[in-house]
Every structure is written in C-alpha cells, then in structure tokens.
Design a protein around this ligand. Structure first.
Ligand code: PEP
Length: 250
C-alpha cells in the first residue's frame, strides 16, 4: 500500500516561539482521524522542541538537510546520528534550493542518501527539472538522470525508506503550479522507470509526492491524480489553516 503523505518544508522560517505556535495550531486543527501521514520540517535549531511538542500527536518531524559524513571537522554541519539522537528519523535530501544555492550535486546527494539509510532514516528525495529543461523538452531525461544518479545504486531493500518528491523548479515558490495533468504525466513516468529498474512491488508501493505552489485551492485536483500520493509543501505550510486544508484534500 502506498502511503498518502503531506510534508511541510518550513525552510528558513519561524523562530522558536513561532515554531511552537504553529505546531500548537496544527495540533488543534488537524483532524485526529486523518489517514494521511503529516510531516513538518522546521529548521535545525527548532527540531528538538518540535519533536517534544508533537510527541503524543500523529505529526512527524523531519530535517531539511543533513551532512553525508558520520562526524568530524565540518563546521556548521549536522550529522544523521545527531538527528537520530533527538528523535528525528526523516530527512529531506536534494531540495532544489540545496542543489542551486549550495551546489549539491547528484553524486553528493547519493552519498547523503546512503548515510541517512545507514542510520535507518526515511529519505524524502527531491528532484525536478528547471523551466529551460521543459522548454527544450528534456524534462523527462533530466528527471530520469536525477533519479538514476541519486537513487538507482540502492539495493531493493532500501526502497522501504524512500519517498520521492517531484518538484519542478519552475513551480517552487513562484505561484506557478504544474497542471494536474503535467504532474500525473511525470509521476507516471517516474513510477515506470522505478518499475523498469526495481520491479512492480517497489514501483507500486513507493510514494511519489508533488511539490510546487500547492495551495488549498489546487491541492484536491492535483492529489486526485492516480500517481500523486501527496505533496511537499513550502509557502502554504507556514499557515496552519492552509496546511490543514491541503492535508484534508488528499
Ligand atoms: C518547496 O520548496 O518544496 C515547495 C514546494 O515550495 P512552494 O510550495 O512554496 O512552491
């Protein structure tokens, strides 16, 4: 069974008090019988308090990034072990902002995925084409290469801990959303290349999230597509009412 997931990437937003307030609002407003897995990814400094605050709820907490090394002289970085030690066992890897602003390459991301899996973490692996790739009709190739380079060296057993997040870069934070048909077309393509590489059991059970300007007014239509299993949400995850409406739209 594929899991339905809605994950909120808070990016570099919300200080300690604001994090607590937003979590409290989410706890109040999220229906307790929701079958969708709800994940929030606050900043590193607020992860420990987020884990504490969500302890007796069904909200799960993820990190937005981690370093690939086990530890050592990497000033300013955070390891998988550190995350696990405060109760965080989900990590977003390969977000387009990490790829663009911090020059994270496919090879580096493959390394991070490997380290996260070694620590029994679940990886939300992000990938997606830029606008120029879509205009030159190379978007399918780009996406296939990102997947091959980032994940296709993994053994079959690793896929139980992988969630895919297709995020066309041109739709992130721009207000521009892929149409539900564009999202479905790409998600179906992604599932097919996973099928070719790993077989139907993995292809049919891996969750594929869509990310890129998902809002309460477009979520239902995007999530209604058969190969879209939920969303990775940026801007709209910062407002409890919007995030809850999106979670309820699955
Ligand atoms: C994101 O950054 O992962 C994202 C999907 O952002 P937004 O929803 O704001 O486009």
């Amino acid at each position: 069974m594929r899991q339905k997931i809605v994950a909120g990437n808070w990016k570099m937003n919300k200080n300690s008090e604001e994090t607590e307030d937003l979590i409290n609002e989410l706890i109040d407003k999220l229906p307790t019988d929701l079958e969708t897995t709800v994940i929030i990814a606050p900043t590193f400094v607020n992860l420990a308090s987020a884990v504490d605050h969500t302890e007796f709820t069904h909200i799960r907490v993820a990190a937005q990034n981690m370093h690939q090394a086990e530890g050592g002289a990497f000033t300013g970085e955070i390891s998988a072990d550190m995350l696990k030690s405060i109760g965080v066992d989900i990590v977003i890897i390969g977000h387009s902002e990490r790829r663009a602003y911090f020059h994270e390459t496919d090879a580096l991301l493959a390394n991070k995925v490997e380290t996260a899996l070694k620590h029994d973490m679940t990886v939300i692996f992000c990938f997606g084409e830029e606008l120029k790739d879509r205009s030159t009709k190379s978007h399918f190739n780009i996406v296939e290469n990102q997947l091959r380079d980032g994940l296709f060296n993994l053994p079959e057993s690793a896929w139980a801990n992988i969630v895919l997040a297709y995020e066309p870069v041109w739709a992130i934070g721009t207000g521009e959303t892929a149409t539900p048909e564009q999202a479905q077309e790409m998600h179906e393509f992604i599932r097919e290349i996973v099928r070719k590489q790993y077989g139907s059991t993995i292809a049919d059970t891996v969750s594929i999230l869509y990310g890129g300007s998902v809002k309460p007014d477009n979520a239902r239509e995007i999530f209604s597509k058969p190969d879209v299993d939920g969303g990775l949400i940026g801007g709209a995850a910062l407002k409890a009412d919007d995030f809850v409406a999106i979670a309820e739209a699955i």
